[in-house]
Design a protein around this ligand. Structure first.
Ligand code: PLP
Length: 415
């Protein structure tokens, strides 16, 4: 019964280093967050030992009475949060969830219409290297040069393509997504509307972003981004027939035994989201992203779409002589973790890019507010203004470590 510290010093020490990295650096990757110790405790629980193929009360293994309870609790909480009738909480990831939606509704070669990866869509929305672009005939819509979706243009493309599914939702889109308008487009061409709200789910849960229900036929999300839960996915719908197809597509279609320990952790995270404090968190996530964008604009940086309605800003360096890759590296040296990202009108390769994506969910979870975000945004601009100055990067790193130390995330004994 030795604890990890004694049982495996090598792994323990790597995890300690990761804790130190997460603690001392400023995590501004828009898709990352910090779960609570309670979520991690459930994830590290004895449910990791349990096989539970099937669904609550319809299992292929014995001894599932408590797995049933915890999965049903996660389902009920998910339906309450998103105001829908059916939820499948078994997908191991967001990509698995999306794969199950296609498997439930399409045959190989059927047409889908999603947002172009280089315009902010996700790999699983029809991108060529992903199963979604390999198994299905994928077509794309994008954003205009102003960084926004032009819904009339989406309709035009949909009329030409006649897809079976229209996918909406994005990985790098800073503006509100109009699900109602997307449904009107889907109805005009007789397509299913599939909303992937992985990035904005935490805001939707708080009423801080338009809900995809009742507009979308099917909704997927990851549970680890703005939802602040364990790594994983989820699929929701209001339609009983679709729910049945989705359940079969996940198990036995794509997955075997569900990760019951992760499902338990999803239940804990959903319980946190149902508390009134969640609304304060979501509002703060948006307020922090907004001030970040405002400072960048004030300091002369070009923000795609001119600002943000959600948890992220996309900064464009199309008019600069450095790339997203350069900016990512310079900010990394200064203790700020972001990611390079393509921008509308991109001229560089996807490995270099002309932009960075910066998000507020993780630092907001640490308790940072507008004052800290204004301070950090100015530091980001200082670094970008003088991108080759490694001495400045080292100094800012020290300053930001001092700031981070005032916002403790996990005590040493958390894991
Ligand atoms: N959908 C969107 C919009 C995403 O941004 C992501 C992840 O970045 C996913 C799906 C995939 O999630 P996962 O990494 O869990 O497979």
């Amino acid at each position: 019964n030795a604890r990890l510290k004694e049982a495996d010093k090598e792994v323990f020490s790597i995890i300690e280093n990761e804790l130190e990295r997460q603690t001392n650096h400023l995590e501004m990757i828009a898709s990352e967050n910090f779960t609570s110790p309670a979520v991690m405790e459930a994830m590290g629980s004895v449910f990791t030992n349990k096989y539970a193929e099937g669904y609550p009360n319809k299992r292929y293994y014995g001894g599932c009475e408590f797995a049933d309870q915890v999965e049903q609790l996660a389902i009920d909480r998910a339906c309450k949060i998103f105001n829908c009738k059916y939820a499948n909480v078994q997908p191991h990831s967001g990509s698995q969830a999306n794969g199950a939606v296609y498997a439930a509704l399409l045959k190989a070669g059927d047409k889908i219409l999603g947002m172009d990866l280089s315009h902010g869509g996700h790999l699983t929305h029809g991108s060529k290297p992903s199963f979604s672009g390999k198994n299905y005939s994928a077509f794309y819509y994008g954003v205009e040069l102003d960084g926004r979706i032009n819904y009339d243009k989406v309709l035009e493309i949909a009329k030409i393509v006649q897809p079976k599914i229209i996918v909406c939702g994005a990985s790098a889109y800073a503006r509100e997504i109009d699900f109602k308008r997307f449904r009107e487009i889907a109805d005009e061409v007789g397509a299913y509307l599939f909303a992937d709200i992985a990035h904005i789910a935490g805001l939707v849960a708080a009423g801080e972003h338009q809900s995809p229900f009742p507009h979308a036929h099917i909704v997927t999300t990851t549970t680890h981004k703005t939802l602040r839960g364990p790594r994983g996915g989820m699929i929701m719908t209001n339609d009983e027939e679709l729910a049945k197809k989705i359940n079969s597509a996940i198990f036995p279609g794509l997955q075997g035994g569900p990760l019951v320990h992760v499902i338990a952790a999803k239940a804990v995270a959903f319980g946190e989201i149902l508390k009134p404090e969640w609304i304060d968190y979501a509002k703060q996530v948006k307020a922090n992203a907004k001030i970040l964008g405002e400072v960048l604009v004030k300091r002369g940086y070009d923000i795609v779409s001119g600002g943000t309605d959600n948890h992220l800003v996309l900064v464009s360096f199309l008019n600069k002589d450095f790339s997203g890759k350069d900016a990512d590296a310079a900010l990394g040296n200064a203790g700020i973790t972001v990611n390079k990202n393509t921008v509308p009108g991109e001229t560089r390769s996807p490995f270099v890019t002309s932009g960075i994506r910066i998000g507020s969910p993780a630092l907001t979870a640490r308790g940072m507010k507008e004052n800290e975000f204004e301070f950090i945004a100015n530091k980001i601009c200082d670094i970008l203004d003088d991108i080759e100055n490694s001495e400045l990067q080292a100094n800012v790193n020290k300053e930001l470590e001092a700031l981070a130390s005032n916002f403790v995330i996990y005590s040493q004994s958390t894991y």
